[in-house]
Design a protein around this ligand. Structure first.
Ligand SMILES: N[C@@H](CCC(=O)N[C@@H](CS)C(=O)NCC(=O)O)C(=O)O
Length: 205
């Protein structure tokens, strides 16, 4: 198995965390985003939109889109399933993967791109951070009561939904929006719980 990605990329981190949870090592092929390698013909042949990650299975199957790759890996690899078998937690898992993709990561990335990756400056950048904070607060206020009732996004077991949120929470903790995590006690306790997992320590370390 090969993962084509960049270690700092949030979407690559979803794939690496899933592999670590399943106890599987894959060959890591660096696609250097700082050199624009994601737009090279070789990478475009694997990922036609010119972003990372891309994935190659042992049988040569090529996949792209991080959330598709992690669902695939969870199905094909042995080990504890990260997809609930019961309809209700399964529905919650998919719901919160959708919330991450539609609302959480777009808001979080506004802050992360400005503060950690130094994209933009001045009042325009400040406005983007303010907008990002508003979006993150909305999302945290929605998941706060959920995480008061259950340990993880899908229910009482760690799932792919938690995996998809981790890279953004990890980076947010290094921005001015760190205070927002602390403001929501259940979100904060959940983040402490999931970020203590060996898989995340391996990937974020
Ligand atoms: N929907 C894609 C998004 C991938 C994506 O945006 N990757 C970023 C890094 S996290 C990237 O490659 N950015 C470089 C670029 O936009 O040129 C996925 O989930 O795999």
């Amino acid at each position: 198995m090969k993962v084509y990605g960049h270690p700092m990329s949030t979407c690559t981190r979803k794939v690496l965390t899933t592999l670590a949870e399943k106890g599987k090592e894959a060959e890591f092929v660096l696609v250097d985003l700082t050199k624009g390698e994601q737009k090279s013909p070789a990478h475009l042949a694997r990922q036609p939109f010119g972003v990372v990650p891309a994935f190659e299975a042992d049988d040569g199957t090529l996949l792209y889109e991080s959330r598709a790759i992690i669902r695939y890996l969870d199905r094909v690899l042995p080990g504890t399933s990260l997809t609930p078998s019961q309809p209700k937690p399964y529905g919650f898992m998919e719901q919160f993967i959708g919330v991450e993709q539609s609302y959480f990561s777009p808001a979080a990335m506004k802050i992360i791109m400005v503060e950690l990756f130094h994209r933009g400056e001045g009042s325009e950048a400040a406005a983007r951070v303010a907008e990002g904070r508003q979006g993150v607060e909305k999302v945290f206020s929605v998941v706060e009561p959920v995480l008061g009732r259950q340990q993880f996004l899908a229910g009482d077991a760690f799932s792919l939904a938690d995996v998809t949120w981790m890279p953004y929470l990890g980076y947010l903790g290094a921005t001015s929006a760190k205070d927002l995590i602390g403001k929501y006690p259940n979100v904060s306790a959940w983040w402490n719980r999931i970020s203590a997992r060996p898989s995340w320590k391996k990937v974020a370390g």
